[in-house]
Design a protein around this ligand. Structure first.
Ligand code: HEM
Length: 398
């Protein structure tokens, strides 16, 4: 019989901060698709199975358009949802989406990636030096998890690293699930103002960065601002939370941590497994543009489907012992970067950041450990778009 989830769970099981909420893993046990009721009472669907998640994401009949989307946590009935502003292509379908994504793809060149790797290594070393010099304890989020993606965003946008303060704080307010509407609007306005100035500066005086490159094309200033915003929003908080939550997961899985320390060649697989296991970008929505038959169910045109990437990445039919963090795992192909036309544009960058940062951290501090009991580590609420730790108090022997 078809399982129904009536409200999106807002908590995880106590003591299991890395696992999807029990209601979602339960739903998967009943089958890859469940009925779901949105907060406004509208009918919807919830996908928790890996194969079905992939087929939704690969199917152009399922739309990413912002104005068609129902939100899993908030009642938006009766609200007029505006379409995504120019340039904000994450929430667009073809052909609008391709107008922005296509010119971007070629900008992530091998040369840029190499330069970026060197910058990431440098900034990582600098921040580990600073952490060591200041001595224990430290908040790993501010000392380590934030600075690394901040460098990458600065390089992409052609912003001096010293100017990162103009977006670093604000971007957090978009995703943390705790900022008020007013705070979010203020943050959005501040970032928009900043990006408007930045786009004008790059037009007047192009430098060697992705944003300047884009000024060669036919995108308007407004569109460039939108593209820059998507890069910032998609690239900063995601990676920062992978590094913060990922370190917490390493500290809670000492055998895996020891394996990574012992074998630097394990870094690539450790990163993929942390991506799968944590899936910080935990769910996205798609709306059926026509009546679609999916997993034996009839999805009506106009209905929104919630795809739980996290639960799909823990699907026991796809991954053996899915709830175990195992760097020796051979079954790749996780959905942590999505799938289909919206698959993460920055995934190679994100990998570079994590492959550099995790081994550098654990090798620099061989006695790294939590400075508070594990159950006192503050986690973002389930309503946050991106999951993670609020802060991570750590200590080590000197
Ligand atoms: C899209 C995850 C890092 C830029 C996505 C999507 C996921 C994702 C799941 C697909 C969303 C959907 O299906 O609708 C992540 C994770 C990251 C990360 C977990 C860190 C570990 C980055 C970085 C950048 C970036 C560093 C910046 C260069 C983007 C962009 C899109 C995207 C531009 C939209 C692509 C499109 O709509 O065509 N990301 N991302 N991401 N990501 Fe990432």
């Amino acid at each position: 019989s078809l399982h129904t989830v009536t409200t999106m769970p807002t908590t995880r099981r106590p003591g299991c901060p890395f696992d999807p909420p029990a209601e979602l893993t339960d739903a998967r046990r009943h089958g890859p698709i469940s009925r779901y009721t949105f907060p406004g009472g509208e009918p919807g669907w919830l996908i928790t199975g890996y194969d079905l998640a992939r087929s939704v994401l690969a199917d152009p009949r399922f739309s990413s358009r912002k104005e068609l989307m129902r939100h899993p946590f908030f009642d938006s009935t009766g609200m007029e949802l505006p379409p995504a502003p120019p340039g904000e292509f994450l929430l667009m379908d073809e052909p609008r989406h391709g107008r922005y994504r296509k010119p971007l793809v070629g900008k992530f060149t091998v040369r840029r990636m190499r330069q970026l790797t060197e910058r990431v290594e440098r900034i990582t070393a600098d921040h580990l030096d600073a952490m060591e010099k200041a001595g224990p304890p430290a908040d790993l989020v501010t000392a380590f998890a934030h600075p690394i993606p901040a460098v990458v965003m600065c390089e992409l946008l052609g912003v001096p690293y010293e100017d990162r303060g103009s977006f670093q704080e604000q971007i957090g307010a978009f995703h943390n699930g705790e900022s008020s509407d007013e705070e979010q609007i203020a943050a959005y306005t501040a970032v928009q103002g900043y990006l408007a100035e930045l786009v004008a500066a790059k037009r007047a005086n192009p430098t060697d960065d992705v944003l300047s490159d884009l000024t060669d094309g036919d995108l308007t200033d407004e569109e460039l601002r939108g593209v820059a915003l998507v890069l910032l929003v998609a690239g900063f908080d995601t990676t920062a939370n992978m590094l913060g939550l990922g370190t917490f997961a390493l500290l809670r899985n000492p055998a895996q941590l020891a394996a990574l320390r012992a074998d630097p060649a394990l870094a690539d697989r450790a990163v993929e497994e942390l991506l799968r296991y944590l899936s910080v970008a935990k769910m996205f929505m798609r709306t059926a543009l026509e009546d679609i038959e999916l997993g034996g169910q009839a999805i009506e045109a106009g209905t929104t489907v919630v795809v739980s990437y996290h639960t799909a990445n823990r699907d026991p039919e796809r991954f053996a012992d899915p709830h175990v963090l195992d760097f020796q795992r051979r079954d790749g192909g996780h959905l942590a970067f999505g799938h289909g036309i919206h698959q993460c544009l920055g995934q190679q960058l994100a990998r570079v950041e994590m492959r550099v940062a995790f081994p550098a951290l654990v090798n620099r501090f061989p006695t790294l450990r939590l400075a508070v009991p594990a159950d006192e580590v503050g986690l973002r609420p389930e309503t946050a778009d991106i999951y993670g730790v609020k802060s991570l108090p750590v200590t080590w022997d000197v």
